[in-house]
Design a protein around this ligand. Sequence first.
Ligand SMILES: Nc1nc(=O)c2c([nH]1)NC[C@@H]1CN(c3ccc(C(=O)N[C@@H](CCC(=O)O)C(=O)O)cc3)C=[N+]21
Length: 300
Amino acid sequence: MSAQIIDGKAFAATVREKVAAHVTRIKDENGITPGLAVVLVGEDPASQVYVRSKGKQTIEVGMNSYEHKLDADTSEATLLALIDKLNNDPEVHGILVQLPLPGHLNEDLVINSIDPAKDVDGFHISNVGLLGTGQKSMVPCTPLGCLMMLRGHLGSLSGLDAVVIGRSNIVGKPMAQLLLGDSCTVTIAHSRTKDLPDVVRRADIVVAAVGRAEMVPGDWIKPGATVIDVGINRIDAPEKGEGKTRLVGDVHFDSAAKVAGAITPVPGGVGPMTIACLLANTLTACCRANGLVEPEGLTA
Ligand SMILES: Nc1nc(=O)c2c([nH]1)NC[C@@H]1CN(c3ccc(C(=O)N[C@@H](CCC(=O)O)C(=O)O)cc3)C=[N+]21
């Protein structure tokens, strides 16, 4: 048996088309253009690539993109003052502060200073609480993208056994809340979980979000299960030549694809959906801020 590949790039293109169509509509009918502000502190090259790609896609779907690049030694007061300015700017509907921040900045403090209505990452404590209690919130982009692909592939998730490997605030915990919201039986596994292989073997849905290259082998996967690989790990690839690298997920793709019913690849799986969901969240935030009808199928 060989798994169906869940094409994250194609899913993301569909999400972006829906976003672009709705943006056109509110521009025409309401004269409003959604705007996303991205704040990058420091010069981490990987982050810069990611921020550039977000900015480009933001423009492509017809929204305004505002990039704020601050020096690595920027003070907390300066960063908080910028966030305050963005919070009060009616042209800015979404604010994303790229993580991780340099060590001298308090991440929780910074995130919680963003207006929750503009918190398109869904990391503000208010949004975390709203999601956990099943109320309308901004939903973190990566888990939202995973949910959309699971629904797209499986239809209903009701009653399925789901295992989320990883308990981060950014992916694992919100992913578990979303799966619970769709009536899965949810297990959150992590580095201290006993008999992890057996826990994973029970799952109809496996979401791997630990950040360890290829740590989930195919013989942990229940035949026919749906596997969502959130990991993006760069590893050495001597077979491509000296000093070359390649991207792999948290799942050992080749062995898992022999057993799974469906699996997301890395690259081209969850990553593109994360960015598409950021655009979707910005549009949703803009609609809520202006009392406009929200796009369908772009929220949890
Ligand atoms: N506040 C905040 N929110 C984030 O959402 C956030 C962040 N900080 N900090 C950094 C991480 C990283 N991240 C990625 C999103 C998409 C790809 C992506 O599209 N990757 C491509 C591969 C890109 C390549 O080839 O290098 C793929 O998986 O196909 C990667 C990484 C969002 N992050």
